[in-house]
Structures are given as C-alpha cells and as structure tokens.
Design a protein around this ligand. Sequence first.
Ligand code: AP5
Length: 216
Amino acid sequence: MNLILLGPPGAGKGTQAERLQDAYNLVQLSTGDMLREEVKSGSDLGKTAKEIMERGDLVPDDLIIKMISGRIDQNSGGDGIILDGFPRTTAQAEALDRMLDEKGLKMDHVIQITVDEDAVVERISGRFSCAKCGMGYHDHFKKPKVEGVCDKCGSTEFTRRADDNADTVRSRLAAYREQTAPILPYYEAKKALKAVDGMGGIDEVYARIKAVIEEG
Ligand code: AP5
C-alpha cells in the first residue's frame, strides 16, 4: 500500500506517518527529514536548501524530484511507502505520477489532514524531537513517558528545528496556501483525495486515518 499525507505545516503528517509505518509495515519518506539530513551533512544540496528552509520557502522542484526519485527506488522492496511533505507543488505531483508509472507502482490513498491555523502555530511552537533517533514529541501534547528520556531509544538529548519560529511558520503557511493547496484539485480530479479532520488528539486523528484506509 502506498499513500500520501498532505496538509499544512504542523498538521500532524510526521506524527501520523510514524504510527502508520509501524501498523502497516510501510517506509516513511519525508522530504523535510531528507533535506535536514542534507543540511547536517553539509552536502551541496544541503547548502542550497539551508537558507531556503530557514526562510520558510520551498526548495526548487528539480532538486526535490531528483532527491525523492532515488529514495523511492531504494525502498521499493518494502510493503509500501508513505510520502510525507511531498508532493508540494503541481510540478512535483505530476513528476510523482511519472515516477510511479515508470516503476510500475500506484498510489492507493491521498489523505489530506485539515487543521485550524491557530492549532498549527501551537503545535509547531511546542515541537521537539530526539537528537539520536528523530522520534517526535510535544511540550504538552506528546511528552516522553519519562521526562527527558526518549521513549524509543533512551537518549537524553533532544533538539528543536531551526524553522520552528513564529516568522518562519508564517512563511511556511503562506507557501502551503500559495503553492501546495493548489494541488488538492489535481487529486480531487483523479477521485483520489480523502480529507481527514486533523483537529483532536493524536489517537483520535490516527483512528480517522485508519478508518479511511480500511474503507479502501
Ligand atoms: P517539512 O519538514 O515537510 O515540514 P512541514 O510540511 O512544514 O511539516 P511539519 O514537519 O512542520 O509538520 P507535520 O505536519 O509533520 O507535523 P508534526 O507531525 O511534526 O518541511 C520543512 C521545509 O523543508 C519546508 O518549509 C521546505 O523549505 C522544505 N521542503 C520539504 N519538502 C519539500 C518539498 N516537497 N518541496 C519543496 N520544499 C520542501 O506535528 C507537529 C507537532 O504537533 C508535533 O510536536 C506533534 O507532537 C504535535 N501534534 C501532532 N498531531 C497532533 C494532534 N492531533 N494534537 C496535538 N498535537 C499534535
């Protein structure tokens, strides 16, 4: 099963992808995580992406398409993929269709997580993650079971994203409205888009997504 999670910054795409990959044995492909790895490694792509990400703008389509295409190849042996943060423009959505065709794959679900902008700002401003394994947490909504210790790997080091500040969040929301929301009609026209209410607790939203998947 292959699926796409769409939604604005802070909608819960990464949080839900983490749970879905365990439940359905899928591989999560997050273009945001891949870019942050490139920045950390100091690669040419990372150097180009760093400033763009800190401004809250989108990284150019050609760079993203090249990066994700290689990853879909590498992971094609699994039970499927979850795309988180890709596609983000119409050009990326069209490129994805071409990639899937070439690889003989199909997208089973395109799930749009809908949320209020006020909630998004609250979610993003409280977000942190494990510096070692990347497990995501929140100051109020998803604390580690033992304070200061990662549930998954036991590390005591945590990190906050450079682009999780009020100014950048506003730019990221604008980029979503202007460049990503226009791809919704693309998937609507293919009768592939399923909207899920992303307001409510993490478990509640997960149950809604699972119901959409099980409905087929
Ligand atoms: P990316 O990393 O993709 O960030 P994003 O889309 O802005 O999404 P987020 O990771 O902020 O949010 P999320 O929906 O995953 O929320 P999460 O689950 O963490 O992209 C970063 C940048 O990279 C972009 O700005 C761009 O520059 C570049 N980029 C990436 N992909 C690109 C592409 N395809 N093209 C061009 N550029 C690209 O949840 C947030 C917090 O809320 C967490 O703390 C979580 O615990 C909490 N939470 C989650 N759900 C709930 C809930 N139901 N109730 C309460 N709290 C919740």
